[in-house]
Write a protein that binds this ligand. Sequence first.
Ligand SMILES: [Zn+2]
Length: 415
Amino acid sequence: MKVVIMAGGRGTRISSVASDIPKPMIKIEGKPVLEHEIECLKNQGYTDLIITVSHLGNIIMDYFKDGSDFGVNIEYFVEETPLGNAGALFQLKDKLKEDFLLLNADAIFDIDFNRFVNYHKQKGGLVTLFTHPNSHPYDSGLIFTDENNSVLKWSAKEDERPEFYRNRVNAGLHVISPKVLDTVITTEKVDLDRQLLKPLAGTNQMYAYDSPEYVKDMGTPDRYESVCNDFKAGRVQAKNLHNKQKAIFLDRDGTINKYVGFLRDINDFELLPGVTQAIKKINESGYLAIVVTNQPVIARGEVTIGQLNEIHNKMETLLGKEGAYVDAIYYCPHHPHKGYEGEVPELKINCECRKPKPGMLIQASKDFNIDLSKSWMIGDSENDIQAGISAGCMTALIGKDNFNQNKTIDSLKEF
Ligand SMILES: [Zn+2]
């Protein structure tokens, strides 16, 4: 599969770090960002590269030449006149006969490309977007999908957005079919997001691929510094899903938000003190933050799945405002006891996911290649501790009782 790397962007906001070199040539641990990315691709068998360059592009071409010193084959497309970030693709149409990877070199990434490409093939759409939660969803473009991950709506940062939304951001990595280049464009410059991708929302031809792997923009000096620190600590490579992951599984009610009995009304959802800082710390540590919650209110017919999603959107929005995020949410909608008015009969079963059973943790371990023995389960009830122990995790109880947990704490913040 061919890989097109867009390396033509200007790094104006980061010019205090490096003003006379193009952004992809900024060094991390002594090597240009683009070189790290090329290594990541090469190691996974992606060696056929096209790099589009413009501003100060000669620096990139002089460094990488034909790619042979780096174990890959590189062709360049030099934008003489500014074509917008997708204009080059139309000029390259003859070389792009099959689905290709399109990567934005302004970010640092280390991801399992084969996993991403396989997902794209399985969905069969024209485009698959790499999406993830980030620490600043409020000023990022958001992707809204249906339950099959087909993109329904693309909300750019300038667009109006609902009060509560899922923290799901477009990361600038894509698998694209050459059919997208049949789009008739009449403008001279072509903007990838606004003119090619956004119009595919709602057509059932574009999917989102959710992944907690490391993709971070280095657009400001602060973000550049944090990327350098992560790189030094090994967190960038470690989060590639090809490698075993570590997770902190979090119960919801009583752990993240104030316990109010069965939470049915979104207005009753309130984060506990210190939770945002605690989850932010988890995010920075390299552990995945994964919510696992029993929600029998679904089976009992007291809350619909739509209402539950909205409650979770509120949680993600509140966390996102302060720079924290969860990597995934698993809920058990089942309940074993029959006899409630308005109940949903098909959910009234003895399932494998309701805590104290470890089903949700085991499912997450399969989805994200998690080593459960290096992971933690944190909650405020015996069910949480039992589920953690059954899954082979370490456990922490928020409370006073002894359920054979490894740690006893007063709050998530303390943990
Ligand atoms: Zn269940």
